[in-house]
Design a protein around this ligand. Structure first.
Ligand SMILES: [Zn+2]
Length: 362
């Protein structure tokens, strides 16, 4: 899932995202709640209609941003008080208000409000945090069941471009609320968190609290042990990963969904993922290079522009550099996942792809 934090994948318009084959986007509740505000989006018919994106959207609960962007947050049983990173104003998120916000935004998949346990944390702290997330998960589920009819889709149906191609029965459906497994880096706690979250009952499960500063081998170890306790017939979503090599690896472990700012954020810093490894387009060595960015990539950028031109755009701080770099990186990630799906469909799993990406860098 490409990340469209503020109802926009930075630098890339929705028609290009469709052409790239993006099936689902992620929006951040924390950012949309602060700007333009949930009520504003709700009045305009929900996120799909507001951003003219008829395909699927997932919103996170806001929990991760509250924990990662706010050093002055205060956590109680009731919820989290935090300060806006925009103007310092004080706000409060509870499981109920996070559900209310996500119902108002109207994404297809919404996430339970959890506490993202910091790393490192001792075992008492990991246990206490996991128990809090479980109590919050129950409150999320309860609020959602009582309010799921309040999605903005029903009131806003019309002959708008954004409505065309939308799922024909969307107006009759509700959102899907996913639960989130926590438990820090303790595999026994992860197992318990998975089992008790399944006990509450959700149509999909996420593994949260990873990619928070721990070494990659530990991320993999926790994912591998946690996924064994999650039902294979429900979507299993690993939040906030990863590099092209990592997403292939996680897909091979059984992960169905992932999101990451890496392809888009790295692109804006001139870091490009290619079949030959990572390229930093700002380097002077590319200033006379007439070859395509990635000779094996068929995207609209690689089939048209040279490395020399992309290097020039970046060095000149042209807006187009960010646009083209983002389009290529997204295309590379989406191609990677298409190859993974193809391989899985053939019964081969995703592992063979790891070899492709782990070749020595040029
Ligand atoms: Zn390309």
């Amino acid at each position: 899932m490409p990340v469209g934090t503020l109802a926009s994948v930075k630098g890339v318009s929705q028609d290009v995202l469709e052409e790239l084959g993006v099936q689902i986007l992620l929006g951040n509740t924390y950012h949309l709640y602060l700007r333009p505000g949930v009520e504003q989006v709700r009045k305009l018919g929900g996120l799909h209609r507001f951003m003219a994106w008829p395909r699927a959207i997932l919103t996170d609960s806001g929990g991760f941003q509250v924990f990662s962007l706010n050093e002055l947050r205060k956590v109680t049983e009731e919820g989290v008080t935090f300060r806006s990173h925009l103007d310092g104003s004080s706000h409060f998120f509870s499981p109920e208000s996070a559900m209310e916000a996500q119902i108002g935004l109207g994404a297809d998949i919404i996430m339970a409000f959890d506490e993202c346990t910091e790393y490192p944390a001792d075992s008492a702290r990991m246990r206490q945090s996991m128990e809090l997330t479980l109590r919050w998960a129950e409150r999320c589920r309860k609020y959602f069941e009582e309010h799921k009819e309040e999605v903005p889709w029903r009131e806003h149906r019309g002959p708008r471009e954004a409505d065309k191609g939308a799922h024909p029965t969307r107006a009759d459906q509700t959102q899907a609320l996913f639960g989130i497994v926590q438990g820090g880096m303790d595999v026994a706690l992860r197992k318990e968190s998975a089992e008790r979250t399944i006990g509450i009952g959700f149509p999909g499960y996420a593994i949260g609290g990873l990619s928070v500063g721990e070494p990659r081998w530990l991320t993999r170890e926790v994912v591998e042990s946690t996924i064994a306790h999650l039902p294979a017939d429900k979507p299993r979503y690993l939040m906030g990963v990863g590099t092209p090599e990592e997403i292939v690896e996680y897909a091979n472990l059984g992960i169905d969904m992932m999101d990451c700012v890496l392809p888009t954020r790295a692109a804006r810093h001139g870091l490009l993922f290619t079949s030959q490894g990572k390229i930093s387009i700002k380097q002077a060595r590319y200033s006379g290079d007439e070859g395509p960015l990635d000779p094996k990539c068929g995207c609209r950028v690689c089939s048209r522009y040279s490395r020399a031109y992309l290097r020039h755009l970046y060095a000149s701080n042209e807006v187009l550099a960010q646009v083209l770099n983002t389009v290529h990186n997204l295309s590379f990630y989406l191609d990677t996942m298409r190859a993974v799906r193809h391989s899985i469909a053939l019964g081969r799993g995703a592992r063979f792809l790891s070899e492709v990406w782990s070749r020595p860098k040029p």
